[in-house]
Design a protein. Structure first.
Length: 150
């Protein structure tokens, strides 16, 4: 496994993806920010429970990212820099709207502002997502995603 603490220092804005993914990746891969930005991006303007006013967020759809790594499971465990972790069921319709955001209002998201990576949802376009469950999936300072075996 990749030594996460070392990677955090050497590659800011990285995302370690491991678990039930494409065997050619050896069970683990690292997406640095430039590599994430090469995937198709999604942008939306939304309010969040953690920011003031509406902001435009840009990132890669979570399901697109999981397809890019050949994820074989529909349950993922996302972990933050502080080791906070949540589990997301990708088969849930709300999960199809999630992005791994890397920009806020056209700028990279700073760690102090919940970055550099943040799983977010278009709450303004879909107010039904403003639930404890989906808000709990909005993990900031995202560091790793583990795809759990089916």
């Amino acid at each position: 496994m990749v030594e996460t603490a070392r990677i955090q220092e050497e590659i800011p804005g990285h995302l370690v993806i491991r678990g039930a993914i494409d065997a050619a990746l050896g069970g683990e891969t690292i997406y640095e920010l430039p590599r994430l930005q090469q995937l198709p991006s999604v942008s939306f303007k939304t309010i969040t429970p953690w920011t003031t006013g509406a902001h435009t967020f840009k990132g890669v759809n979570l399901k697109t990212l999981m397809a890019a790594v050949g994820a074989r499971g529909s349950i993922v465990r996302a972990t933050a820099l502080n080791d906070y972790a949540i589990t997301i069921d990708l088969s849930d319709s709300a999960a199809s709207l999630a992005i791994v955001a890397y920009e806020e209002d056209g700028q990279p998201i700073r760690v102090r502002d919940k970055g550099p990576l943040w799983i977010l949802f278009p709450f303004s376009d879909h107010p039904e997502l403003l639930t404890d469950r989906v808000e709990g999936w909005s993990i900031w300072q995202l560091d790793a995603i583990e795809v759990l075996a089916p």
